[in-house]
Design a binder for this molecule. Structure first.
Ligand SMILES: Cc1cc2nc3c(=O)[nH]c(=O)nc-3n(C[C@H](O)[C@H](O)[C@H](O)COP(=O)(O)O)c2cc1C
Length: 403
């Protein structure tokens, strides 16, 4: 299984220098990218850089018989889920608008049935020219999605409309235009932990945290919809059980650890979304603690550290692909990078819960996925949409690790 398959067409404009960063971000978002350069594009970016970053041999020549023997231009056109052209120069837009097929990229455009997105980039006067406007109009009529350009300082020194969108904006627009990556987790065994844990002080009191379980449940549902066999180890939450998901209810961190270790040997991917209590009272009183004169105005309680569930799974001889979650209030990325390394996780998803409108009980989230090959930020959207994007990205990263 691969993530969404992108043919990235690169035209001969100065903004092509940003395409290595674009390729990195597309790959980090779980996409499989084959760059296709026009002849002029070679003046602005090297095939070596793009091949290295994409992990796929760059294509440029319609008359490359070796390439035609392995994956010919028609197969490449069929392979693509999306044709993304960035930067699209004025000349390239003209060629596309007129249905020319005088090189590999323009031939692919005619031959593919995949949605096509173009990110124009040119000098402001070139963008304002009636010929360019006519070509853009024709491409839009033909169903091409045009993203950008934006206003700003240009490489030629002028200020105006014509700058290519930044790579991160292109990735966001791509996801927004084509929808979440249609991931397949067919038959993959997924374990999700969700919600808080409760650490009992006495029969009526406990220590817990503000986790609602919404993001974990959304991930369990997204993985189920992608075809995975999903088990959900859940702390106490007020959410309906997801259909078609085996739910294992637990209360304490120790119970969650036992349930997870019981299942971990039969799991391919684990999403550790639960907000597991770091500490528990050193002992849980058998009877309700009374307010007495002897206790005075304050009482204290000794806490002991709970075992780290993800680290325990990572220490197994053949651990599943491990995705941790970090809710941070300070230096979220820096802290998450350390946490990923310390716990030997394959990937970590971090959100900044100091922003009350995302995270914990909110219905929306904004997260950054960090893994060995890079990082991707998924802009603010519903927890269900974030879950779909994460499941897609992780299924691609998992497939890559396995191969
Ligand atoms: C240094 C330099 C920078 C250029 N930048 C741009 C650009 O940003 N946008 C554009 O439309 N054309 C630009 N051009 C012109 C294109 O390279 C030229 O029109 C070329 O034929 C486009 O080829 P393509 O159709 O393969 O993109 C630039 C040319 C040079 C020499």
């Amino acid at each position: 299984m691969q993530g969404k398959r992108i043919v990235l067409g690169i035209g001969g404009g100065i903004a092509a220098y940003k395409t290595p960063s674009l390729v990195r971000q597309l790959v980090a978002a779980g996409m499989d990218v084959i760059p296709v350069l026009t002849e002029s594009a070679h003046h602005f970016v090297t095939a070596t850089v793009l091949t290295t970053l994409s992990g796929n041999r760059v294509r440029a020549d319609l008359w490359d018989l070796d390439a035609e023997n392995s994956m010919g231009h028609i197969e490449l056109a069929r392979w693509a889920d999306t044709l993304l052209i960035a930067p699209a120069t004025a000349n390239l837009l003209a060629r596309l608008a007129h249905g020319q097929s005088d090189d590999l990229l323009t031939t692919l455009y005619l031959a593919t049935t995949a949605p096509t997105i173009v990110a124009p980039a040119m000098n402001v006067e070139m963008w304002n020219h009636t010929a360019t406007k006519r070509n853009i109009g024709a491409l839009k009529t033909d169903g091409v999605h045009v993203i950008g350009p934006e206003h700003g300082e240009q490489a030629c020194g002028e200020i105006g409309l014509g700058r290519m969108l930044e790579p991160e904006d292109i990735v966001s627009q791509l996801l927004a235009t084509t929808g979440p990556i249609s991931a397949s987790m067919e038959g993959i065994r997924v374990l999700v932990t969700a919600g808080p844990t409760r650490e009992s002080i006495d029969p009526v009191r406990y220590i817990t945290n503000a986790s609602s379980g919404k993001q974990g449940y959304a991930i369990a549902e997204a993985a189920r919809d992608a075809g995975a066999v999903v088990r959900l180890v859940s702390g106490p939450v007020a959410l309906p059980s997801p259909r078609g998901v085996q739910q294992i209810p637990v209360t304490t961190a120790a119970e969650m650890k036992a349930a997870v270790l019981d299942l971990a040997g039969d799991i391919d991917i684990m999403f550790g979304v639960a907000a597991v209590a770091d500490y528990r009272p050193i002992r849980s009183e058998p009877h309700k603690i009374k307010k007495t004169q002897q206790n005075g105005p304050s009482i204290s309680m000794d806490l002991v550290e709970n075992d780290d569930i993800l680290a325990s799974v990572a220490a197994l001889p053949d651990p599943p692909y491990l995705v941790g979650f970090a809710a941070e209030t300070q230096n979220p990325i820096k802290n998450a990078v350390h946490k990923r390394e310390r716990k030997c996780l394959d990937a970590i998803v971090v959100n900044d819960v100091s922003d009350r409108s995302i995270g914990f009980d909110s219905d929306e989230n904004e997260v950054t996925l960090l893994h060995a090959d890079g990082e991707t930020t998924f802009d603010r959207s519903t927890k269900a949409q974030i879950a779909n994007k994460l499941v897609s990205a992780i299924s691609a990263l998992y497939a890559k690790k396995r191969t």
